[in-house]
Design a protein around this ligand. Sequence first.
Ligand SMILES: [Zn+2]
Ligand SMILES: [Zn+2]
Length: 334
Amino acid sequence: MRALVYLGPRRMELQEVPDPVAEPGEVVIDSIVSAVCGSDLHGFREASSRRIPPLVMGHETVGRIGAVGKGVDPERLGQRVVLKPILSCGRCDACRAGDINRCLEGRLVGRDLAGGFAERFAVPAPAAVPIPSELPDDVAVLTEPLANAEHVTERAVREGDVVFVIGSGPIGALMVRAAFLHRARQVLVTDTNPERLAFAVAQGAEEIPSEGALEAVTTATDGVGVDVVIDAAGFEATWALGLQAIRPGGRIFEIGLGAPSGMVDFFTVLGKEATIAGSYAWTDQDFARSLELLADGALTADGWLTRVPLAAGQEAFEDLADRGRPFKVLLELG
Ligand SMILES: [Zn+2]
Ligand SMILES: [Zn+2]
């Protein structure tokens, strides 16, 4: 079978590799489409201790069950599924509470084992989640990224809040939608890339230009500041902007992978009694809710995705890394 193999920073190669086998308790997913995530892109751009080459990345995948291992219901053969890519131990306190994203033994498909940028891959059967027949592939593939947005907004946003989303890549744009689903009164958004900003604005947010962002936020909130900041960029400059834009007592959620460390103005944190929280991936509940929202028509995929054949994967990664476009890439596999 064919797989797009990550060989090191800025190197992807289409290779012929052996077919996977469904071990006991596993299924083989025949991929239909796999979306490129910002975290895959992060791995493509620079060496990361979390994505060790050679590796088949990809954790946002829709496919069909092509083989079942011992102990898996053979009725599942042919079932259309979305990948739920966190594999957790199932036994620890975090797992038992459903917080699979906090499992210390957690693994991610497409990072710790081969993932969806291949025609086929094997996963434990519960990681292949059946999807309703009326839900198109191109929408179902947003289940995992929307679950990320759900995980943040479920905790961050209360009815009537003014929310400021910093960074309007696919996750930022999904944050805008999710913030409205959680009844935010107003959502402001900023980004340095005008095309990306325009897309998030089309999701219903108010545009904050990246030049003079703080002044624009101050004007938009009558000098009060915002209730919630969702930082989907994660650079020193955006940490600072978030802290300046937040009202006293406000809440800041960090989800962007921009920089691993840097200066934070803690005088402002304590002076404003701001709360800074991290957000990583999603829980079982977020994933289920995300799939439910999509099945209920919370999003259409219009304008979100650009389909690219698997063979053009390397170029697609380069375009995303160098030009921030197209917005979100969907590799075609089936
Ligand atoms: Zn992802
Ligand atoms: Zn666990």
